[in-house]
Design a protein around this ligand. Structure first.
Ligand code: OOG
Ligand code: MG
Length: 255
């Protein structure tokens, strides 16, 4: 596909993002995965041109619950920018979004670059921090309906992200950590870290592999969201949303 077409699709999605107006999926375009990541990249370049800075990546569709919810079974990645960051415990307005949902996640902070095919030990030792996180997704497509290539082009539905208190990985074992998503202090989803590819560290390994295929890598300092452990819930006004992961503490947003 021609470069000008990538940019054309990226501009449609960017227009939707900036005007909070959902659009029809790009599904008639017969996009390959490579095309879809090209469109994603053009979209990120538009954001960088507006002064945003890349802060890391998000993996998506890494749990059975999410794959079932969206009816797509291939893990994918998107790019995070500083404009998407929401501080822990902060209250914010959802009017900046189209139809946001929120998901309980675990995130990593990279202390070292991570590149190519890596073992669990190598991935883990590249991390300088780990935390409970919330991923706010906001598809640019009408009714959150899309194909695999549509959602890749749409930067993995990235909307906002929130990080809980950062813990030292040396003190944490990520295997089998119970997770609890509550709304106004009532549990609405129970998850477990092992729902994320068996162990969220596998998300990091997969991201390094996916980036390597495009001659890229995870840079030191990057934040990496590993994907939701449960399906997403709608984000509505007057809600206090909390994700508590055993051993990692809690991350909260107030809408
Ligand atoms: C795609 C993004 C999925 C996750 O954690 O699985 C995602 C979507 O469901 O809109 O962020
Ligand atoms: Mg997510």
């Amino acid at each position: 596909m021609e470069n000008s077409l990538y940019l054309n699709y990226a501009k449609q999605l960017d227009h939707s993002l900036r005007n909070r107006q959902a659009i029809e999926p790009l599904k008639n375009a017969n996009l390959t995965l490579e095309d879809a990541y090209h469109i994603q990249k053009e979209g990120i370049l538009l954001r960088l041109a507006r002064g945003e800075k890349i802060t890391g990546y998000k993996m998506g569709l890494t749990s059975q619950a999410k794959q079932t919810q969206m009816n797509i079974s291939t893990p994918i990645f998107g790019v995070l920018t500083d404009q998407m960051e929401i501080k822990n415990k902060e209250s914010f307005s959802i009017t900046q979004f189209i139809h946001p949902k929120v998901e309980p996640e675990i995130a990593f902070i990279l202390g070292k670059d991570l590149k190519g095919e890596v073992t669990m030990d190598q991935a883990w030792s590249a991390c300088s921090g780990v935390c409970a996180a919330l991923d706010i997704i906001d598809s640019r497509y009408i009714d959150f309906k899309f194909t695999l290539t549509d959602v890749i082009a749409d930067n993995c539905s990235a909307g906002g992200y929130v990080l809980g208190p950062i813990k030292d990985p040396a003190t944490i074992d990520l295997k089998n950590l119970p997770m609890d998503l509550s709304v106004n202090e009532v549990t609405v989803k129970k998850g477990n870290s092992n729902a994320i590819l068996g162990n969220p560290i596998n998300s990091l390994i997969m991201l390094a592999r996916l980036l390597d295929a495009e001659n890229s890598f995870i840079k030191a300092g990057s934040i990496v969201l590993s994907g939701a452990s449960t399906d997403a819930i709608d984000l509505k006004p007057d809600l206090r949303i909390k994700n508590t992961a055993a051993g990692l503490g809690a991350v909260v947003i107030v809408v």
